[in-house]
Design a protein around this ligand. Structure first.
Ligand SMILES: C[S@@+](CC[C@H](N)C(=O)[O-])C[C@H]1O[C@@H](n2cnc3c(N)ncnc32)[C@H](O)[C@@H]1O
Length: 240
């Protein structure tokens, strides 16, 4: 399958399925895949995830997005494939960093590891305030699984700890329903990607990974399956 990449300065953007986008990149050609796939956590049960809201494609129209209605097992199968491709495209020692929530960790970590990567740790995004929900212990964090391809360490210029504090993007400033703050992505990229290095995000959403990469002198290959969001990435990059 041909993937049509368009250049915007140091970024390239494509509307594509994640696997096809990664398959279009050459082996050992980038330093990290940093990505935030759908969590498929839109319902408390597997059945709830597959109800109408989650099954509706197209993000902005519904406030939701395609791909978020998969079962946990479907998501894990997809992300193992993503990890296999990530392991092919990153240089030896390069990284795969995957955002996730607590529901995914028991299945997802081993699935990514089984693609031939080394599971190096879990980074916590501390949102600095608790979320909503009819529960006594309310979520205040999300997680990022970090794996590397065997080889000599590929380092960015910055050393970070396993907790990154950053406020959520306020709803009025959001380009995407689940947009990740630049303040989370910047330290991750500075730790994992050398200056002038390249990061790919195949579930790019609003393109936040690209905005953080460009702001710190890195290159970014950004793709998403939803044409609406891809148009948003293009406008965001044009406005930089
Ligand atoms: C959690 S959002 C990413 C948000 C992004 N990190 C941001 O800061 O804006 C996940 C994205 O994955 C996209 N997506 C879902 N399934 C996909 C697939 N199979 N291939 C590529 N993109 C997909 C959705 O359209 C959605 O925009």
């Amino acid at each position: 399958m041909t993937v049509d990449w368009t250049e915007y300065g140091a970024a390239r953007v494509a509307c594509s399925d994640a696997l096809a986008a990664l398959a279009s990149l050459s082996a050992n050609s980038i330093h990290a895949v940093v990505t935030d796939p759908p969590y498929c956590a839109g319902g408390m049960t597997e059945a709830a995830r597959q109800q109408a809201k989650g099954m509706t494609p197209g993000g902005q129209a519904t406030g939701w997005f395609g791909g978020d209605a998969m079962t946990t097992w479907g998501l894990i199968a997809l992300l193992r494939q993503v990890a296999l491709e990530a392991g092919r495209v990153v240089v030896p020692g390069g990284s795969l960093a995957v955002f996730c929530d607590w529901r995914m960790i028991p299945g997802l970590g081993p699935a990514l590891e089984s693609a031939g990567l080394r599971w190096r740790g879990v980074v916590v995004w501390d949102k600095l305030s608790q979320g909503q929900g009819n529960t006594r212990i309310r979520p205040r964090h999300e997680m990022i699984l970090w794996l590397t391809k065997p080889g000599p360490a590929v380092r960015g210029p910055r050393t970070i700890g396993t907790v990154i504090p950053a406020k959520r993007v306020p709803p009025a400033r959001r380009h995407h329903p689940t947009e990740k703050p630049i303040d989370v992505l910047t330290p991750l990229l500075e730790a994992l990607v050398p200056e002038s290095g390249v990061v790919a995000d195949p579930f790019a959403g609003s393109g936040s990974t690209g905005v953080a990469a460009l702001a710190t002198g890195r290159k970014a290959w950004l793709s998403d399956a939803d044409p609406h969001f891809v148009e948003g990435i293009r406008s965001r990059l044009r406005a930089l």
